[in-house]
Design a binder for this molecule. Structure first.
Ligand code: GDP
Ligand code: IMO
Ligand code: MG
Length: 434
């Protein structure tokens, strides 16, 4: 009986959706533990493309229970939209989806607060997804947030809502922002939304405990990536939740003692969306090639992703804070045409070698990456699903990443579809997914 976390080892968009969908077949429950509809997890099933935002990717496997944990922030309008899209595609959402009664609710005014915060003078904008994620978590930590359970107690909800609305109106007035929000109408609308999701809402920690007692297996699906984690990421250019492995426990109520393994998903190179330090970003033809070959445009916002080379110190750092048992390297095929592939093997700061991840974004911005160039294989790896069939130079590239990061490369993805994946036989990854 093994419960496993799958999460991003970089700045998000590593291919978690594909990996979770692939593994979900072997699990009974897939649970999201943080983030909200800022996530965009792409899954291809044959010709059909799905982009999951708030709902765990496991929902695409019939019979798998999909759980939105207490650590997730839920925009009910976005949730209902996503449910409708999945239902139209034939997914039995009502049977499969359960939502934590302790999850916090995102209201439209959270987006207003985000706009104010991003536009503020002397503040470098984070380049958020503008989904109201940060301000909702602010209200949660500020102990004034509204949880899904609160929506079902109309008397208390109205009082809590009106207090929160007053706060936001005062903020808008302070910043001279023209606030056109109809607060009363939103309150009524959310009461109606709440009724629509009510049959799916429950104490999901209790549900997960019962599942485990019945011998069922849970797969935890991380959103964003470790370098966007509010504590361990490139603060302040992060999201507002605990994307790293420890967040799985906090964000679902499953105790750490019940979690058996952590799988890190990493691209064979690296990308980032939004602002913030990015030591191995490539501004020349290399970055352009990665964007083109990897189709690196945001799944949620459509923004071009910033692209660069695999960063060993960063991966070693995310392996340290997550305790990766194994890595699944995605998008190897994107590197197919390159003659040489730079890999960052170390950091220098003011001429000195750096052995720990700098804590400030200014230090990170000043990092001089040390590169080693590896030979490219210049032949197609697209769709290869057997390790021995990979070109020798591709295997050498993966071995280099394994040796330098100190973490097994247990799996490799060579295309967006389920069958375009290699699980290495005898690997920890193979054992963990069972
Ligand atoms: P997530 O947020 O981590 O789930 O990743 P996204 O869905 O935002 O971005 C990953 C993108 O890469 C999606 O468009 C996937 O379909 C695609 N993808 C995943 N794995 C591979 C792969 O091995 N090769 C290629 N070429 N594309 C992949
Ligand atoms: P998935 O799950 C990539 C980034 C935003 C911004 C920062 C904060 O698909 O990997 P937020 O709206 O969360 O307050 O924005 O985090 N960001 C992501 N980047 N993939 C994601 O999710 C992201 N979710 C948020 O671009 O820089
Ligand atoms: Mg994504």
């Amino acid at each position: 009986m093994q419960n496993i976390i799958v999460l991003g080892a970089q700045w998000g968009d590593e291919g978690k959706g594909k990996v979770v969908d692939l593994f979900a077949e072997r699990f009974d429950v897939v649970a999201r533990y943080q983030g909200g509809h800022n996530a965009g997890h792409t899954v291809f099933i044959g010709e059909k493309k799905f982009v999951l935002k708030l709902i765990p990717s496991g929902i695409l496997r019939p019979g798998v229970q999909a759980v939105i944990g207490n650590g997730v922030v839920v925009d009910l309008a976005a949730l209902l939209d996503e449910m409708a899209t999945l239902e139209a595609a034939g997914v039995d959402v009502k049977a499969q989806l359960r939502i934590s009664n302790r999850a916090h609710v995102i209201f439209p005014f959270h987006r207003l607060v985000e706009k104010m915060s991003e536009a503020r003078e002397n503040r470098i904008p984070i380049g958020t997804t503008s989904r109201g994620i940060g301000p909702c978590y602010e209200d949660k930590i500020g102990r004034r947030g509204i949880r899904i359970a609160d929506l079902f107690d109309p008397e208390s909800f109205r009082v809590m809502y009106d207090v929160l609305a007053e706060d936001k109106k005062a903020l808008a007035a302070t910043f001279n922002l023209h606030d056109t929000i109809d607060y009363a109408q939103i309150r009524a609308q959310y009461e109606e939304f709440a009724e629509r999701v009510r049959p799916l809402v429950c104490d999901t920690a209790a549900l997960l405990a019962r599942s485990m007692a019945a011998g069922k297996r849970i797969l935890f699906e991380g959103a964003q990536g470790t370098m966007l984690d509010v504590d361990h990421g490139t603060y302040p250019f992060v999201t507002s939740s605990s994307a790293a492995a420890a967040g799985a426990s906090v964000g679902t109520g499953v105790p750490p003692t019940k979690i058996d393994g952590v799988i890190g998903v990493s691209k064979a190179y690296i990308t980032r969306v939004g602002s913030g330090p990015f030591p191995t970003e490539s501004f020349d033809g290399g970055g352009e090639l990665l964007r083109r070959e990897g189709n690196e445009f945001g799944a949620v916002t459509g923004r071009p992703r910033r692209c660069g080379w695999f960063d060993v110190p960063l991966l070693r750092y995310t392996a340290m804070v997550n305790g990766f048992d194994t890595l699944l390297i995605t998008k190897l095929d994107v590197l197919d045409s390159l003659e040489e592939i730079p890999v960052c093997t170390g950091y220098r700061l003011k001429g000195q070698e750096v052995t720990e991840m700098p804590a400030t974004y200014r230090a990170l911005e000043a990092i001089e990456p040390i590169y080693q160039k590896l030979a490219g294989w210049q032949t197609s790896t697209r769709g290869i699903n057997c390790y021995d069939k990979l070109p020798e130079k591709a295997r050498a590239y993966l071995k280099f990443l394994e040796d330098r990061t100190g973490v097994e490369v247990g799996g490799i993805s060579t295309g967006p579809e389920r069958n375009e994946t290699i699980i290495r036989s005898g690997s920890k990854l193979e054992r963990l997914i069972g």
